[in-house]
Design a protein around this ligand. Sequence first.
Ligand SMILES: *Cc1c(COP(=O)(O)O)cnc(C)c1O
Length: 446
Amino acid sequence: MARRLKTLEPHCHDMTAHSPTMTTRQPAGAPHFHDQDGTLHAEGVSLAELGQALGTPLYVYSRAALATAWSSYQDAIGSHNVLVCFGMKANSNLAVLKEFARLGSGFDIVSGGELARVLAAGANPAKVVFSGVGKQRWEMQAALEAGVKCFNVESVPELQRLSDVACSMGKVAPVSLRVNPDVDAQTHPYISTGLKENKFGIAIEEALGAYQLATSLPGLNVVGVDCHIGSQITEVSPYLDALDKLLALIEQLGALGIELKHLDLGGGLGIRYDDETPLAPKVLLDRVFAALESRGCSSLQLVLEPGRSMVGNAGVLLTSVQYLKHTEARNFAIVDAGMNDLLRPALYEAWHGVLPVVPRQSTTTLYDVVGPVCESADWLARGRQLSLEEGDILAIESAGAYGFVMAGNYNSRPRPAEVMVDGDIFHVIRQRETFADLIRGESCLP
Ligand SMILES: *Cc1c(COP(=O)(O)O)cnc(C)c1O
C-alpha cells in the first residue's frame, strides 16, 4: 500500500542556523539521499518524519536509486551481448527483486530459498544462474524443474552429483565451471574469494580436467565459464587479470573441441562507503569488451553478477539514539539498531557513514555508535564526531546491500521493517517482525 506522510509537523530542532560544515561530505547515497531544508530525505520523503511515523530501526530504500544503478550498467553495455544477473543475496526483498525483474535483470542465486524468492517475484528462470559451493540435491532438482539458465559448478563432486540428479529427472543440466583464477582482489580478506586458499571455485590448473569430465557426464551440457573474485573491488586490474586467465582457458578448451556460449565475470564492483572511488561499470566494461575483442571472443555472451553496486547506496538504516553514555575512556551513543540488524561492522569491521537526519548546531563529541546487543562486537560506527541528543534519529548509510539480508533475531530482537520510497510516497515492503513472529514454530515440552 502506498502511503504519504501527513506533513508537516514543525520539527523540534532549530534548523535556522544550519551549519554548512555538516554537509561538506555528500551523503553516500546522493543524489537520492540528500539534504533538503536541513533534513535528510530519501527522494521526496523526510527521513525524520518517516522514522517517527514507522519507528526505528527501519531500512529505507530509494526506488530511483535502484533504477540509476541498473542504468549505469545498461549505459555501459550499450549494444553488447551482456546479461546482468543481480547478485540477489545482497538484498532479496521481493519488491527489490520485482523491480529489477521489471527492468529486465536476471538473477544470481546461491540457494533453493533464493530460487523460491526469484520465482515468487515473477523473474524469468531462463535468466537465473545458480552459484554456491554447497548445492544440495533438492536445490538442484528445484532449479532443473524451474529451468535455470545455468549452474555455476564449484567442484568436481558437484559435477557428478548434478549429472546424477539431472539424469534421474530425465533432464540435462546446463553448466558453467566456476574457476578460481587465483588473483588478489585487493579487498577485505572475508570478502576476497578468488585466491587459492578460498573455498570457492575450481583451481584454474584443474579446470581443463574438470571440463573434460563434465563433457563426458551424461546429465550435463557445458555452456560457460565463470569466476567471482571478491567484493567491494575498486580497481580494474584484478578483473582484467581474471579475464586473461579465463580467456586462456577458453582457448585451451577450444583446442579440445569444447565451445562455450558465455563467460561470467561475477560481481564485486565496489561502492562509496567513505571516500572510496567506486569502479564505474563503464570503466570496467570498456576494458572487458576490448579484451574480448582482441582475443577474438566477442561472440561470447558476457554475464555479470553485481550485487552490492546495484543496491548498496540505495538504502539507509534509520536508528534512534536511546542513551548517551560518557565513560572515562569513551563516549557511547547507544542506539536501537544493533549487530543483529546490520552485521557488517561486527563481521568485517566495515565502515558506514552516520548522518543525523536533522543535524544539530552544537559542538560535536567523539562517539562510538553502539547497539543494545550483549556483545562487545555490537557496534555500528566508531570514533565519529557527532552532535547528539537522546531521541535523535541517525541514518546509517550504504545499508542497502548486505544489510537486512544478514539481519537475525539474536537477543530476541524482531527484525526491522523495510520501506521503499518512490518520489514523495513510500511503500512498506516488509512489516516489522512481531513477538508472535519470534516464537512462531516453537513449542514447549508436553
Ligand atoms: C556475492 C556474490 C555476488 C555479488 O557480489 P557483490 O560484491 O555484491 O557484487 C556475485 N556472484 C557470486 C557468486 C557471489 O557469491
